[in-house]
Design a protein. Sequence first.
Length: 245
Amino acid sequence: MDAQTAQTRWEQRTQRPLLALAVLFAVAYAVPIVDGSAGRPVTLACTVVEWVVWGAFATDYLVRLVLAPDRMRFVRRHWLDLCAVVVPVLQPLRLLRIVATLLLVGRRARMANQIRLTTYVVGAVVGLLMFGSLAVLSVERSAPHGNIRTLGDALWWSFTTMTTVGYGDHAPTTGLGRLIAVGLMLSGIALLGVVTANIAAWFIARFEKDDVEERRQTEAIESLTQEVRALRAEVAELRALSGRG
């Protein structure tokens, strides 16, 4: 029980700092891509920040593992966290560090009870839109036959891809860019399903609430009607008794 309490206390204390580090990671990742003329010192500093953020999430995972009462169960239940921590080490690509950071932020955010589903979905949409745009711009801008050259083109492409519209005016030409496109398509379909299910659940709950209120009012009216009938019967009985007297 002490270990469980310590783990929960650690997660509550580190939630906001880790989210702040995730924002810092987003800035460090975006600067060299948005500013194509950034020098080597700026690029190196941003890369260091990215790895520092990854190190913070890796440390968080290890601490939670140590504090967990059942470590094997913790590993089985948080295998996505483990993959997100290990993958960037096996293949230190910037794109993999983006995926790892998104996974870790999402997993930690879902563990907080005060974050509602709607907030999480909106955050996921904005995060995927921005990171997808930056990722595809980083690999397509220098491609010989690429047509995604600016951040505006990348944002437009990401938006049409996530919504599965796909006008075709902009499309990735590299293998990595197409892999990013597949990820955005699947993410867009999944998020659309979550939003649709959430809206449907809200309407169902609303209708059930209205039905309960309607049944309560009907029962109250029936009860009042029975009371009125009983009162009428008593009044009629009293009149009959008074007439005999």
